[in-house]
Design a protein around this ligand. Sequence first.
Ligand code: MG
Length: 162
Amino acid sequence: MISAKMEKIMNEQINKEMYSAYFYLSMAADLREKYLDGFAHFFEHQAQEEMEHAMKFYSYINEQGGRVKLDAIEKPQATYKDVEEIFDLSLKHEKFVTKSINDIYALAAKENDFASMQMLDWFVKEQVEEEGNMDKALHMVKMAAKAPHALMMLDAQFGKRE
Ligand code: MG
């Protein structure tokens, strides 16, 4: 069983993961409009992963006898200046999510809630990967921004994400 505090903070995390999905899908839609289909594919995939993250918390709260309570999802930014801005915002967003996961972990540790700590271990690892991927992508996009054909090549490469 999880505490009332843990239930509340995990419900907030469901909202953050859902918002992440919304945010990345909004970026994908903007990229589709610009015919940058490879980058759009990358962010559509990313959005799907965020939905899965939300569902992991959803299932865990239920398993632990808690109650899932859904809140309104904030409206994401609709248009973006360029691909660099998109990856820059994505990296910042992943850092925000990492901090949020760490806060939940800190609460679990404080409460001696070992089951939640174990569940959160997956997310701690996942965030290292997410930040790393976005950081690398941002660097590549920054380099490619100097030559349009390089950006098109990157777009094709990002379209191969499975
Ligand atoms: Mg996530």
